[in-house]
Ligand binder design. Structure first.
Ligand SMILES: C[S@@+](CC[C@H](N)C(=O)[O-])C[C@H]1O[C@@H](n2cnc3c(N)ncnc32)[C@H](O)[C@@H]1O
Length: 410
C-alpha cells in the first residue's frame, strides 16, 4: 500500500513485510588496510555465496550473484554506515545540497538509490518531498525502516528492501539522489544502478543529485612514505636487510593504497581522467575509462607515483553551465566551480573525507627536474574476475624511460 496520496503502487520486498533483524550468523565485515599504511577500504568483498539477496537481473550468472551477495553483506554492518555518516564533509554537503535545492524537491517524488540507514531519504523528506522511495539491497534496510518510523516519516519515506534493478515503483519520479561514489570514483561500480534508475523512472527535466562528477590524477612525491616502507630495510639494527627490498616494494606498492596526502605532495596541477554528467552517462561508457595525461613537474623532486581523487557537484537545472569543461581545464577549476555549485571534494588540498586519496606508487621513484615532462595513459576497467573490482593499467614515461604498471583494486 502506498502512503500519502495513494498514487502509484509499490511491489517487491517492501520493508514493512520484512521480519527480524540481520542474521547474526553472518560474518562481520572484515576491514582491511590497503597496501602499506593506507586506510581501510570502504567495502570489502568476501567470497561468500550464501545469501538471500536476489540475483542480478542484468547479469544473472552465479558469479555475479555471489559477488553481489558479498558486496551487500558488507553494507549490512553498522560500522560502514557509521564511518560514512561521521564523514561530516560528505554528509553535510549532501544535506546542504538538498536544502539549497529544496525548490526542486519540495512536493516532489524522490528515489534514494542505496539508502543505507535512510539518512539522505530523511533529509529529502525534511526538505518537503511528497514521497521518497528509499531503496536498499542490504539488510541495513531493516534499520532504515525503523529510523523512518521513529522519526514519524513513514507516510513519506517508503523503504524498499531489494536491488534497485528489481524493485517495482509504479510512478515516475522528479528526483534521484544517491551516494554511489567509490574510491577513484568508480570502484564498486554503483553508478550503473543510478543510471538504471534514471532510465527507468526519472521524468524528463528531473533532478539527479549529485549531477556531475570528475576524477582527477596528479603526480606525487612522498619520500617519507617511501622511506618508511622501503628504505627502512637497508639498515635494520645495523644489519643490511636490503634483500627484503623486492618483497617490500611488492607488498607496499603492488596494490592501490587509500591514504591521505596533502597539497604539498602534489607536483603539479591535476589532469582530468573522467568527467561524468550523470544525466547523460551510459553504463557502457563506465566499463572502460581511458585517459591520456601530460604533466610538467613544477619542482625538482623524486616522483613516487600518482594520486587520484574526485569531486561531485550538486547542480540544479538552472545551474548547468556549458563553461564547465573549460573550468575543469583552467587551473583554478576548484575555485570557479565553487562559486556556482555545491561541490563535495576529496582533493588533497581540501578537508579530508573517508575516501581519502588513492595512490598508485611506483616500485622505484623517478628523479624529476623542474619542468620535466611525465606523460602516459591510464585505463580503469571493470574486472572480469568481479565487475565491482577495478583493473588499473598505468603507462608512464619520463626522461626517456617508459614503464607499465598494472594493478587491481579489490
Ligand atoms: C555508499 S552507501 C550510501 C548509504 C546512504 N545513502 C548514505 O548516504 O549514508 C551505498 C548503499 O547503496 C546500497 N546499494 C548499492 N547498490 C545498490 C543497488 N543496486 N540496489 C539497492 N541498494 C544498493 C549499498 O548496500 C549501500 O548501503
Amino acid at each position: 500500500m502506498m502512503p500519502g496520496d495513494g498514487s502509484g503502487t509499490v511491489t517487491g520486498t517492501a520493508i514493512t513485510r520484512h521480519k527480524g533483524g540481520p542474521n547474526p550468523a553472518r560474518p562481520r565485515r572484515r576491514r582491511r588496510r590497503a597496501a602499506g599504511r593506507g586506510g581501510s577500504l570502504r567495502v570489502l568483498f568476501t567470497s561468500s555465496s550464501s545469501s538471500s539477496m536476489p540475483v542480478d537481473r542484468v547479469s544473472a550468472s552465479p558469479q555475479w550473484a555471489a559477488f553481489d551477495a558479498a558486496y551487500f553483506q558488507s553494507y549490512s554492518h553498522v560500522g560502514i554506515h557509521e564511518e560514512m555518516i561521521k564523514d561530516h564533509v560528505r554528509t553535510d554537503t549532501y544535506r546542504t545540497a538538498i536544502m539549497r535545492l529544496q525548490n526542486f524537491i519540495s512536493g516532489k517524488v524522490v528515489i534514494d538509490v542505496g539508502c543505507g540507514t535512510g539518512i539522505l531519504s530523511i533529509f529529502c523528506a525534511l526538505a518537503g518531498a511528497k514521497r521518497v522511495y528509499a531503496v536498499e539491497a542490504s539488510d541495513i534496510a531493516v534499520q532504515a525502516n525503523e529510523v523512518v518510523k521513529t522519526n514519524n516519516l513513514s507516510d513519506k519515506v517508503i523503504v524498499l528492501h531489494g536491488r534497485v534493478e528489481e524493485v517495482t515503483i509504479e510512478e515516475k519520479v522528479d528526483v534521484i539522489i544517491s551516494e554511489w561514489m567509490g574510491y577513484m570514483l568508480v570502484y564498486e561500480s554503483m553508478l550503473g544502478s543510478v543510471i538504471f534508475a534514471r532510465d527507468k523512472w526519472l521524468k524528463p527535466g528531473g533532478l539527479i543529485l549529485p549531477s556531475h562528477a570528475t576524477l582527477y590524477m596528479a603526480p606525487v612525491t612522498h619520500s617519507d612514505r617511501y622511506s618508511e616502507s622501503i628504505d627502512f630495510w637497508r639498515d635494520v639494527y645495523g644489519i643490511d636487510m636490503s634483500a627484503m627490498l623486492p618483497l617490500a616494494k611488492q607488498c607496499a606498492f603492488e596494490e592501490p593504497s587509500v591514504e591521505t596526502i596533502t597539497g604539498e605532495n602534489v607536483l603539479t596541477w591535476p589532469s582530468v581522467v573522467k568527467y561524468v554528467d550523470c544525466y547523460n552517462v551510459s553504463a557502457q561508457e563506465l566499463e572502460i575509462i581511458t585517459a591520456k595525461y601530460r604533466f610538467e613537474s613544477m619542482m625538482r623532486a623524486p616522483l613516487h607515483g600518482f594520486a587520484f581523487w574526485f569531486d561531485v557537484e550538486f547542480n540544479g537545472p538552472a545551474m548547468f553551465s556549458n563553461s564547465h569543461m573549460n573550468d575543469l581545464y583552467s587551473h583554478d577549476s576548484s575555485q570557479s566551480k565553487r562559486k556556482e555549485a555545491i561541490v563535495l571534494s576529496t582533493a588533497p588540498e581540501d578537508a579530508p573525507t573517508h575516501w581519502q586519496q588513492t595512490l598508485l606508487y611506483f616500485f622505484d621513484p623517478i628523479d624529476l627536474q623542474q619542468d620535466q615532462v611525465i606523460e602516459g595513459s591510464v585505463t580503469l576497467s571493470q574486472s572480469q574476475e568481479n565487475p565491482r573490482f577495478l583493473n588499473i593499467h598505468l603507462e608512464y614515461s619520463s626522461g626517456g624511460r617508459s614503464f607499465v604498471k598494472q594493478s587491481v583494486m579489490r
